[in-house]
Design a protein around this ligand. Structure first.
Ligand code: DX5
Ligand code: ZN
Length: 237
């Protein structure tokens, strides 16, 4: 079995609060934590790097006391650096950014770490995996976009699977050579009908926005949805 085809039994679920009820965010994050979420995925959009405009450090600070699980801040902003200290102060645990939105990628990764957070790069569907090559030693996470960033509820782009396998191979080679662990997260259009192949291709962390928050009245509420995602991720277990 090649490293790229190893199926990873670990699965972290990161519900994206982009699809939550913003009028009840504290309640919503408490509900996903008690339903078994591993991370809170926090989508920051600036109406510049992406057309949409969402939430900033004040909202991160407001939800922080409601959960103990890590807050996974996905910055869809340009430029990046000025927001890093603000999110670190607001209680973010992981900060990821799009490399083409920062003039000095290595410096931004260091800045995130200096502020006590885990750091990661986010690659859009058409962004080359070569962005990872010279900064592997500074990454705690790689976030692969499986939709174009900007909106929840879009359809999963199938070419992400091949890219996922190649990033999985890079990460496995890095850790096999003594490098630090790097989480591999997939974001966009993750549902029960595709999470199995996504995990098979090498993801260990999956963002799910509309799949979780779009079905609050399904059997078992958020708990039911997340269990269904976990079961679909590892069929036969
Ligand atoms: C898209 C965001 C995603 C989004 C995922 O730009 O980064 O995190 O909320 O939502 P779904 O799971 O609905 O595709
Ligand atoms: Zn996201």
């Amino acid at each position: 079995m090649t490293l790229a085809s190893v199926s990873h039994p670990i699965l972290r679920l990161a519900p994206s609060i982009l699809s939550a009820d913003f009028a009840r965010l504290g309640e919503e994050v408490r509900a996903i934590q008690s339903a078994g979420a591993d991370l809170v995925h926090f989508d920051v959009m600036d109406n510049h790097y992406v057309p949409n405009l969402t939430i900033g450090p004040l909202v991160c600070e407001a939800i922080r006391p409601h959960v103990t699980i890590p807050i996974d801040v996905h910055l869809m902003v340009e430029p990046v650096d000025a927001l890093v200290p603000l999110f670190a102060k607001a209680g973010a645990n992981i900060i990821t950014f799009h490399p083409e939105a920062s003039r000095h990628v290595d410096r931004t990764l260091q800045l995130i770490k200096e502020h006590g957070c885990k750091a990661g790069l986010v690659l859009n569907p058409a962004t080359s995996v070569e962005w990872l090559d010279h900064v592997m030693d500074k990454l705690d996470m790689v976030l692969l976009m499986s939709v174009n960033p900007g909106y929840g509820g879009q359809k999963f782009i199938p070419s992400t699977l091949a890219k996922l396998r190649s990033v999985r191979a890079k990460i496995d080679a890095h850790t096999a050579a003594g490098g630090q662990p790097i989480w591999l997260e997939v974001d966009g259009g993750v549902k029960t009908d595709n999470i199995g192949v996504i995990v098979q291709a090498g993801a260990d962390t999956c963002v799910a926005g509309s799949a979780v928050f779009g079905a609050p009245d399904a059997d078992g509420g958020y708990h039911g949805v997340m269990n269904a995602l976990r079961r679909a991720a590892h069929p036969g277990e």
